[in-house]
Design a protein around this ligand. Structure first.
Ligand code: BGC
Ligand code: NOJ
Length: 818
């Protein structure tokens, strides 16, 4: 069953009923000012950091689930009827409800008693504010007197403190009203230099800034007394809960349409001119007034919306494909790329499943996110790499997370996740391959942000690699530390205390438990590092990384091969995890995918064997589960993985993030049918017809789909912020469609399904547009290339020397030849 449809031409998903199984959300903003908006206008906004600069309040895990947001209430001033065009919070039986989630905007509206209203929410480019453009049409045959009320509830900045420290917070709320603009200035009197403002383009009939005055005693958002009575209370907040609400009255002739704009913004003043007049306690508004004036103007709002759309046309235009499969096209051309922008910006911090409070940017996560983002805005990828590297520790290890506002490593979580440093090597490699910008390697970058400790980024990569060589276990495999990619395989934790963090508690010395997954990762990182060193002219260094990588490959073969598949790890007792010797958790997906991806066993058939085992033991119609058999009980020596009920999350859920590793592995072995089949099983667009089973948004990947051991097999959770986005984009574009940036140029090596007769693609790469036409000449994956009509040797197209801005690449795929 579906709850809407894809409007591919407009790059929108159109939700046609408000009662989706879960809130289906979108992100507003892609630079500094961000918001989450659900299909019923729920959600919240923040500036840069979802925890430390939260602008509006949101109560998680509410009842109903999604309550509180950017609400408009309309009231028929003759009958007294009132409703919200976004359905929530009044939940009236509106007609023609729709929510169009697009690229950086959402348009939500409905019709009630002949009044059509819809609101376009978006964050303009290069602005620290969000716009709500409300369009109201009187579809009645007679004149209508309509009141509109806006509503936001302000958050007192630190979302964690806001939700817990009421003994203080109920007394500190402060606002100002000036020229109809509501200024939220809690704590501005003391150490803050920032405030929020909420403005309206229309003439005000009234306003409110105190929540209880707006709602009335013992009322909720669905029945504000002010809306019911059609009259604002003109309240000023002193403590308690500051809100922003404007009231505008309109007389609409039959057929008449009126637009109103509400703007919520964030502003920082220089510390020495916070007040105006100086010495007073009044917020200095001089610097923010121009922005307020600009965005209260409807023409300016229209122009900034057009600019946002143009930005996304341009950004998505970097990689566009036309294949025989609509689900592939939709994800590659629109939604998967768009999700990669969200994961780049948010890491795993703010979604409907991530509270924005718990986590900053993850080192491992953000490096992997680059794989799907770097082609879109390379300059921001460059900055991110340097920020991440600056949180690396002198040991080569890294803080597991850092706060985006301060860019400092998060001490609460600390380090010792022994896979972390290698992702930096892979992230940098992806950047170099996309951009050819080798200068990044010479950038001086500190360790742990300590001035004076700077070393080149290249030096950081060497320490990343060395980190593992300094931490080898009894079999010569990498020690796992707190955890590797699988945060829930906690082999040194041994936790028997409720509430203890599985990730940061380590009750064992950590000198025994080893990870075959990190082994594979090290082999791959070693190859990349060797390739980088070679190109920088460090030939003997390059050789040593190759040797180390090869030696690890041998160790993995000797101690990490179980006969039919790769072992997952050795535990603290030196016993195997993910082996036929185990009673449960005999086979894990991660080492099968990643060891093959690292090139282990391609020649002698063990890679094929491992992938066959994946097919036999782990593949389900809804995707590939993480391990089998699921753990039926808690095992203290395995940690959080066995804390989950079978089939959920890391305990044998379909952890979508690592499905693309198997997809890539199948493509590497030339099996396009299998690769694309696995790709399709978790492709959200392909799952749209079973939205009632899948339940999460059909336009973005979820972190997890319940596995075959779960009572709700096929049900997705934790949508949006997942490494699945980057890895699937990378898998489909670079390995199945085979358009793969390499150090020397663009490799074109498709491994597509046999039944596909070909596809076309446009890819901008290092300033040149490649028009690629692939035609299948027969079965198989042989490739013969010609560039602008001339046959070329090999499969890598080097950037044209003649300054051409566009080239045509014809690819003859399969059949006899090359
Ligand atoms: C989740 C993991 C996550 C970890 C760290 C665990 O509870 O299952 O997916 O990576 O927490 O936040
Ligand atoms: C989510 C985390 O963000 C990611 O870093 C980790 O690899 C996966 N969970 C698997 O545990």
């Amino acid at each position: 069953m579906r709850y809407g449809y894809f409007d591919d031409n407009n790059r929108e998903y159109v939700i046609t009923r408000p009662d989706t199984p879960l809130p289906w959300i979108n992100y507003l903003g892609c630079q500094e000012y961000f918001g989450i908006v659900s299909n019923t206008a729920g959600g919240y906004s923040f500036f840069r950091d979802a925890r430390l600069r939260r602008l509006t309040r949101y109560r998680y895990n509410n009842v109903p689930f999604d309550l509180g947001g950017r609400y408009i209430y309309l009231r028929d001033d003759e009958s007294g009827a009132y409703w919200s065009p976004s359905w929530q919070p009044t939940r009236h039986d509106a007609e023609r409800y729709s929510c169009r989630h697009g690229m950086g905007y959402s348009v939500i509206g409905s019709t009630y008693q002949g009044i059509r209203a819809e609101t376009c929410y978006f964050v303009p480019l290069n602005a620290r504010l969000e716009v709500w453009r409300v369009t109201i049409t009187n579809e009645r045959l007679k004149r209508a007197a309509v009141s509109a009320f806006s509503l936001v509830e302000f958050c007192l900045w630190d979302a964690q403190d806001d939700a817990t420290n009421f003994q203080r917070n109920f007394s500190i709320g402060q606002v100002e009203l000036d020229d109809g603009v509501i200024y939220h200035k809690t704590e501005y009197r003391e150490r803050r230099d920032h405030f929020a403002w909420f403005a309206c383009s229309g003439e005000l009939a009234g306003f409110d800034t105190q929540r209880e005055a707006f709602l009335g005693p013992w009322r909720g958002w669905d029945k504000p007394v002010v809306v019911e009575q059609g009259r604002s209370a003109n309240s000023m907040a002193h403590g308690w809960a500051p809100i922003g609400s404007h009231h505008v009255r309109m007389l609409l002739e039959p057929g008449e349409t009126r637009q109103l704009v509400f703007v919520l913004g964030y502003h920082e003043n220089p510390t020495d001119s916070k007040f105006d007049p100086p010495g007073s306690q009044i917020v200095n508004k001089k610097l923010v007034k121009p922005a307020i004036a600009r965005y209260r103007d409807l023409e300016c709002v229209d122009a900034s919306f057009a600019a946002l759309r143009a930005y996304w046309d341009e950004t998505l235009g970097i990689c566009q494909v036309a294949t025989p499969d609509v689900h592939t096209d939709r994800m590659v051309n629109v939604w998967n790329a768009y999700q990669c922008m969200a994961t780049f910006n948010m890491s795993r911090s703010a979604s409907f499943y991530e509270s924005g409070i718990g986590r900053g940017l993850g080192f491992r996560d953000s490096n992997q996110d680059l794989l799907g983002f770097v082609h879109m805005v390379p300059a921001r990828a460059r900055e991110r790499i340097l920020d991440l590297a600056a949180t690396q520790l002198p040991s080569g290890g890294a803080y597991h997370q850092y706060q985006p506002l301060t860019k400092r490593g998060n001490n609460d979580v600390g380090s010792n996740f022994n896979d972390d440093p290698h992702w930096l090597i892979l992230g940098v490699a992806a950047y170099l391959k996309e951009t050819g910008d080798w200068s990044i390697l010479d950038e001086p970058v500190p360790y742990d942000n300590q001035p004076g400790s700077e070393e080149t980024l290249y030096g950081h990569l060497l320490r990343s690699f060395q980190y593992t060589l300094d931490r080898l276990g009894p079999h010569g495999l990498p020690l796992i530390g707190r955890a590797d990619w699988n945060d829930c395989l906690n082999l040194n934790c041994f936790s028997d205390t409720p509430g203890q963090s599985f990730q940061t508690t380590t009750n064992k010395e950590g000198k025994t438990a080893e990870s075959i997954f990190i082994g594979g990762l090290f082999v791959l990182a070693g190859k990349e590092l060797a390739a980088i060193a070679q190109r920088r002219g460090h030939t003997s260094e390059a050789a040593s990384y190759e040797v180390a990588s090869r030696a690890m490959e041998e160790t993995v073969r000797a101690h990490g091969w179980d006969g039919e598949w790769f072992v997952r790890a050795y535990d603290d007792f030196g016993n195997k995890v993910g082996s036929r010797e185990c009673a449960e958790g005999k086979i894990y997906i991660e080492p099968q995918g990643f060891c093959v991806l690292a090139g282990i066993g391609l020649e002698d058939g063990i890679a094929r064997k491992a992938l066959n085992s994946v097919r036999r033991h782990l593949a389900t119609p809804h995707g590939i589960v993480l391990q089998q058999p699921a753990y039926s009980q808690y095992y203290i020596h395995l940690g959080e993985i066995s804390s989950y009920p079978p089939g959920y999350k890391e305990n044998a859920g379909i952890f979508c993030h690592n499905n693309p590793w198997v997809i890539i592995a199948e493509a590497m072995l030339g099996n396009g049918d299998a690769a694309h089949d696995y790709y399709t099983r978790i492709n959200p667009s392909a799952r749209e017809p079973i939205s009632d089973v899948h339940r999460c948004e059909p336009y973005v990947y979820a972190q997890m789909i319940a596995g075959r051991d779960a009572p709700t097999h096929g049900e997705a959770k934790n949508s949006w912020l997942t490494g699945t986005a980057a890895w699937n984009f990378y898998a489909i574009t670079q390995w199945i469609l085979g358009i793969r940036p390499e150090y020397e140029g663009l490799r074109i090596e498709p491994v597509i399904p046999e039944r596909w007769t070909g596809f076309t693609a446009t890819r901008r790469f290092r300033g040149v547009t490649y028009k690629i036409r692939v035609e299948r000449a027969g079965p198989g994956n042989t490739v013969a290339l010609s560039v602008d009509g001339k046959t070329i040797e090999g499969r890598v197209v080097t950037p044209p020397a003649n300054g051409k801005a566009e080239i045509t690449v014809d690819v003859r795929l399969g059949g006899a030849g090359a």
